[in-house]
Design a protein around this ligand. Sequence first.
Ligand SMILES: CC(C)(COP(=O)(O)OP(=O)(O)OC[C@H]1O[C@@H](n2cnc3c(N)ncnc32)[C@H](O)[C@@H]1OP(=O)(O)O)[C@@H](O)C(=O)NCCC(=O)NCCS
Length: 411
Amino acid sequence: MLEVGQVTIRSPEDGELKAFLETTETAFGEALHEGDVERWTPLLRLERQLWAWDGDVAVATAGTYEFRLQIPGGDLPTAGVTMVGVHPSHRRRGILTEMMRRQLDDAYERGEPLAALWASEAPIYGRFGYGVATAAARIEADRDRIAFRAPDEPTGRTRLVSLDDARSIVPAVYERVRRATPGMIDRSEDWWRSLRLVDPEHWRNGGGPLFCVVLELDGEPEGYAMYRLRGSWEDGVPGAKLDVREALGASPAATREIWRFLFGVDLTRQVRAWLLPPDHPLFLSVTEPRRLQMRVGDGLWLRLLDVHAALAGRSYGCDGRVVVEVGDRFCTWNDGVWRLEVEGSEPAVERGGGQAELRLDIGDLASAYLGGFSFAALQRAGRVEELADGAVERADALFRTTVTPWCAEIF
Ligand SMILES: CC(C)(COP(=O)(O)OP(=O)(O)OC[C@H]1O[C@@H](n2cnc3c(N)ncnc32)[C@H](O)[C@@H]1OP(=O)(O)O)[C@@H](O)C(=O)NCCC(=O)NCCS
């Protein structure tokens, strides 16, 4: 049990998940809905959740999922931070800070080298060593202006499947995409059942049901999309908005065809999607990219909890060496100089190991870690100091990835 003033922090026990979730919902100004407890039960291990109490009043929560995050060349155990909320009555007294302290310590002790989250507001997590690691793009495209460049003949077969049937089809496609895409998380069966292939009424926000379409190329599932329509008729003219929840293809052809399907749904005026990679192939696949109305914001935030394990765990773009001085005030065990040497594609990571060539904060190293942001871009933003000529270029050659990292969902 931890104490912040008169507030104590503990994990919920058996039978307390409902009350725990109610505490979170109140912090977000919302309420628990029917089915929520059953949905979260298989996903939230109680010992990974933190619950703050002021006397006999529950006032804050923070928790983590347990999953693996895809990084260049593999994946690593990751604390997926979720359920973070402090009641308005108890804000700005350091409760979040104390929960973050304990959460990051616990994850480090469990051997999770990374923590990841989606921030409700960007200024919250930098102080705890998180850095923005992926960008997330959104589109809002008027369907009648979107035409595909050649090859403009549709290929493959699409069919609508029920969410139940989708469970035996789409996870394999997702897994193929995930394995090739830094920033994606692995999904358990419970995850699919509870969070992805599910359509609670209160998630619809006035829209229609969630549909799932599967694309087959040469008879095999290669892509899928989940989407819903928000119908509208003005003066008898159909003007629905089609909201894409997730659309993935395991090959370039499958990605093109699944989007061709989405832009072909009748009665639709506009197609909207979020959480896309900023270099989504759609941009180069349509005749009028401007008409996609693409906008980019911050995506996944990442925390390197164990610099040694994180650097040793990923693959690199070439052989080479760089020595970085990392500043980490919140997890001081990372603070200091680290040498990364890649030889024959094998990384060796050593503490100390020479004169620092780059100086940066732990959150900025997280921004570069998945390959989402280059050291050169960080340097231009005044976030990396080059202490030896050419070090930024060498670091970029090492950390470069061919696939832009992105994460297809908020958790
Ligand atoms: C965000 C939230 C969890 C912060 O909790 P808290 O207990 O007030 O945070 P702390 O008191 O530990 O604040 C630590 C520092 O972060 C700053 N901070 C906290 N929330 C912030 C926000 N939303 N924007 C900017 N700064 C913020 C505080 O000002 C404080 O700064 P200081 O140390 O310089 O004084 C809380 O405001 C909340 O529940 N918000 C609504 C739900 C939400 O957005 N949850 C996050 C989901 S990702």
